[in-house]
Design a protein around this ligand. Sequence first.
Ligand code: PLP
Length: 393
Amino acid sequence: MQIPYGRQNISEEDIKAVSEVLQSDFLTQGPVVPEFEAAIAQYCNVNYAFAVNSATSALHIACLALGVQAKDRVWTSPISFVASANCALYCGAQVDFVDIDAKTYNMCPQKLEKKLIEAKKEGVLPKVVIPVHLCGQSCDMQAIHKLSKEYGFSIIEDASHAIGGKYLGKPIGNCEYSQITVFSFHPVKIITTGEGGMALTNDAEIGAKMARLRSHGINRDTQTMTKEPDGPWYYEQIELGYNYRMTDMQGALGLSQFKRLDDFVSERHKIADKYADLFKDINIVTPYQGETNYSAFHLYVVRVRPDQKNITHKEMFVRLRDSGIGVNLHYIPIYRQPYYAKMGYKPDDYPEAEKYYSEAITLPIYPGLTELQQKEIVKHFEKPYPTGYQTIF
Ligand SMILES: *Cc1c(COP(=O)(O)O)cnc(C)c1O
């Protein structure tokens, strides 16, 4: 038996919704994607939502819409998927990282402020900061937003983990403290479209720009064309965009999945609560939940302390994998990736990220994971370890 760390949940209704699109007139650019966008915009209480073919694409057009270009600087969290940083490199910008908070593992606002003070002195302030809501728990957006006003940067929330979560009682994605929020609909995320993502904003101009960029930079709105249309066929490419569109098949799956979003998230909370209960008497660090936060619980990360039962982090990880439990490590600090390491980042600049990387293990969490499976998983943390145990590395 192999238990994955996360997996999609596909219902008969989901299958029916996709089949209906396959039998309809439009496979892409049909009526379903706008319906999906409207449903998410309403749920998040945000003005505009643009579906695209991945969160990576959404992050890219978000950076472009905020004017990120060569010589600009973009800061993000080192404990994230590489896409959170790659989007800035696509625009020719430079990337830097802000160390994480020891408790939440999200970008630390105090460290952000410290770094901003230094950057201001040197005249190297960031144009955009991309906080990542790790595991589905929002960053301290009020603090980051306050700094954005003081130091003049824009904010893209990478909420790839966080659809269905809340911050200060309001839905993540409402863009109250940011210019743009991005969701991912990759199959391991909270809801899926196979591949897919979405960019949300309250700003009409940023929205119009993202809408163009996802479809070749083309404008079809006669109201805003640069000249009188040559005829009814006319459209204008006014900037260099991409084909980042979502198909209607994907939109149909997303819309159908969306109907179960709140159920998915509450089921994830039940699983997290059960883990907390099972780990009660075990010396392991379970996820901290801030009072202002309702996490979407995309990931359940525990930390193995170095002083624990003679077990190293790597040994515990291997033991779980060897027992058929698909644990993972989210994430390898981005600056450690060979592609980034050669740009000269120093791991010593990110002590909390380094510590996290040496202790974190992602345990399975997804709707459908049973209590029996959870007990099975936790049992491995209770077993004393044979001394002299060798890992396969
Ligand atoms: C999954 C993920 C992405 C990329 O999402 P895709 O939809 O696969 O492109 C970006 N950022 C974070 C934090 C993610 O977890």
